[in-house]
Ligand binder design. Sequence first.
Ligand SMILES: Nc1ncnc2c1ncn2[C@@H]1O[C@H](COP(=O)(O)OP(=O)(O)O)[C@@H](O)[C@H]1O
Ligand SMILES: [Mg+2]
Length: 356
Amino acid sequence: MSSPEVATYPIADPIPAVRPPAPDGGSETALEAGVTMPAEDIDVVPEASDSFVLTPYVESLTARALTYMDVGYALHFAGPAGTGKTTLALHVASKRGRPVVLIHGDDEYASSDLVGKDSGYHKSKLVDNYIHSVVKTEESLSRIWEDQRLTTACVKGYTLIYDEFNRSRPEANNVLLSVLEGKILNLPSLRRSGEGNLHVHEDFRAILTSNPEEYAGVHKTQDALLDRLITINLGHLDRETEIAIAMAKSGVGRADAEAIVDIIRELRGVGVNNHRPTIRAGIAIARILAYHKGSAQLGDSTFETICHDVLNTDTAKITHQGQSLMVEKVQETIRNVCSEQAGRGRERRRRERERK
Ligand SMILES: Nc1ncnc2c1ncn2[C@@H]1O[C@H](COP(=O)(O)OP(=O)(O)O)[C@@H](O)[C@H]1O
Ligand SMILES: [Mg+2]
């Protein structure tokens, strides 16, 4: 670690309605995860931020993942955007206590980019947290590769997190085959320092994440690579975890968080894409609601407006006779969820009165 200073990356989630469209319709970079990493150097052990929540769901996945890694396997978290893959990868890595090297899949990588090469490949990526527009993290990927990050991780026995690895072309990922299987890193002949093969340190482990193959900009993964990984398929976080995240990331109370989460969960069942809205939409609604000091109830017009603005993007495509059904559907869901919750609240108060 070259920099003792640890900077907290903004944990803000972009609000779906105002952020520029992601090419795949919703993938994110790891820098949004609720984890602190030093700004200058990524070879450190990540630490959970204050808004990280540890529910039984997260704990049991973490325990499974750590067991497989203890035995020596590389892990693969597969699932749609917003299912907590990146955050879980960082959390599991932090539990191992080894420094972490974090890389993001990219269509333009070649194997030589992963292990490092001598020629001047250059690409820089601006990770713009958008809402917190004052905080822009410019990360030069060329620096990462020229540092030979994969090589460093293999030789020093670090944990590699390869986020959204299936955005890189399969040929670029071939280098991982011998690393994961033969525990040998083949270095391209270009490598100045000479020897062709390096032995991989026994503590080296890899955690890969991927988005489903039907996402735009994602490549099919070679079976040979999948065979060397233990894949844990992630669906949406459970209700309890989503409620805890919505509360932790916005400061809204439990009743509000429950209503918001129930609305997004019910809307996932509508239409063809049952992956959206994701928890990110839930976090956005909760944050704006907290900012407005509103409450998630029927008749709170601010709440209803926020829900429509944040959720319309997700389901605008569902039409009936040329009309978007979404506005109606969102309204109906708010009504169902909120009146059910109000009913439960009345019942609880009645029981409390009876006990007194
Ligand atoms: N255990 C957790 N505690 C707090 N926030 C979480 C947790 N898991 C996921 N999140 C939040 O949920 C959102 C989606 O998680 P992320 O890891 O980015 O999903 P994915 O990588 O699958 O797209 C992010 O805003 C993330 O910060
Ligand atoms: Mg991710």
